[in-house]
Design a protein around this ligand. Sequence first.
Ligand code: RIB
Ligand code: CA
Length: 315
Amino acid sequence: MVKSIIVDTDPSPDDAVAFLMALGSPDEIELLAITTVGGNVPLHHTTRNALKALELVGRQADVPVYAGAAGPMVRTLETAEYVHGETGFEGYDLPEPVATASDGFAPDKIVDLVMSRPEKTVTLCCLAPLTNIALAMAREPRLAARLEGIVLMGGARSEGGNVTPAAEYNIYVDPEAAKKVFECGAPIVMIPLDCTHTALTQKPRLDKLRAMGGPHMAAFYHLLEWNKRFDEKAWGMDGGPLHDPTVTAYLLKPELFKGRLVNVEISCDELTRGMTVVDWHSVTNRPKNALVLTEIDADGYFDLVIERLYAARKD
Ligand code: RIB
Ligand code: CA
């Protein structure tokens, strides 16, 4: 059964690998649209990076890109150039995109795409702050019930945060949006830092990616090589966490992951703003609203990433 998905994203390289993997998996995934949001870098950069990534593999005509919210619903956007550089795509000079974003505001296009298709057939793949998703749900209250599900990279169980001691970036930036999404009732798969911090772009893995050959694999070698520097220095890691492609990998090979269906609540308080409060031992009677995947077969994951990223290119 081919999964129809919409990818909501704030491209830095890990985001781009995630949606290109989807394009490299036509027998399993139909990518209906890419929607962009302000996050790692401002919206004009995230939108341009999505277009650059598509043009790099010759797929710009295959999937529309819709720009969405420039920032959170009620807070000021906090970008992450300190991690991803000014443009979000440092490390390799990709040409300015010829293609432009398609007409339409991303939340409206999410509603149109989901509501125009049979119920329970569209999955939202969320790789960024959840502003577009929450706005779409506000515009169309029936949206959540119509979805097949939501698979998102974000949050943390016991790993702690990467922006504050309590919060992971995607949830931290717009906690009000995240709260609305986690309370929406749609089936949620959450892939937290506990998982992605064990899936690192170590040199042998990046070398294997580049060895596949082709201009796009070389480009992503350099983009990912640049992008891991902050995490290596800040965290003392051997490589950087390849966060967002875990979402696509879950759709393709869920057996690579282990986790638990539990309750997850979002804190909007100042000290713990953006914290995903994960009731791992079900000590409350709160509804079990999310499958939280804390473990991954990292070698199997990187083999899949390399295989499907390579297949994304249209000659
Ligand atoms: O905290 C990791 C998340 O923040 C990933 O989605 C990465 O792309 C950045 O947006
Ligand atoms: Ca992201």
